[in-house]
Design a protein around this ligand. Structure first.
Ligand code: THU
Length: 139
């Protein structure tokens, strides 16, 4: 279950933060620039963008950049993430990012937006049902 749903004004602000973060995207190989913004419960927002590697698999997505920035700055509780791309339709976070978001944020709101303002709102629990969680110890 998500915590308090975002107000419309909070959604606007988070999408704007992700749009700004997207300007720093470094995507020379795919040409697909992604911006993300993660809202912590204390009201702080952490932006992130994708950063691509010449060894393609080492690329880091925008969402994970935002999560790692926030966690490494001491945040442990979150409300929502926004993702902005230049695609025609809102872009949904990749599977790896869904897992990492779940690991660090649990069930938060997810706002996906195009640069033209076409938006969708959902939750991480909907995007990643039955997420992997470490259970008890082996043996
Ligand atoms: N990408 C993201 O930043 N987030 C996602 O959820 C999916 C994909 C990036 C990775 C790569 O730099 C580019 O988009 C094309 O896959």
């Amino acid at each position: 279950m998500i915590k308090e749903p975002l107000t419309d004004a909070e959604v606007d602000a988070l999408v704007e933060a992700a749009t700004v973060a997207r300007r720093n995207a470094k995507a020379p190989y795919s040409g697909f620039q992604v911006g993300a913004a993660l809202l912590a419960v204390d009201g702080t927002t952490f932006g992130g963008c994708n950063v691509e590697s010449a060894s393609y698999g080492l690329t880091v997505c925008g969402e994970r950049t935002a999560v790692f920035k926030a966690v490494s700055e001491g945040r442990r509780s979150f409300r929502a993430v926004a993702v902005v791309t230049g695609a025609d339709e809102p872009t949904s976070p990749c599977g790896a990012c869904r897992q990492v978001l779940w690991d660090q944020c649990g069930d938060i709101e997810v706002v996906m937006s195009t640069l033209n303002g076409k938006r969708e709102r959902t939750t991480l629990g909907v995007l990643l049902p039955r997420a992997f969680e470490l259970g008890g110890e082996d043996e």
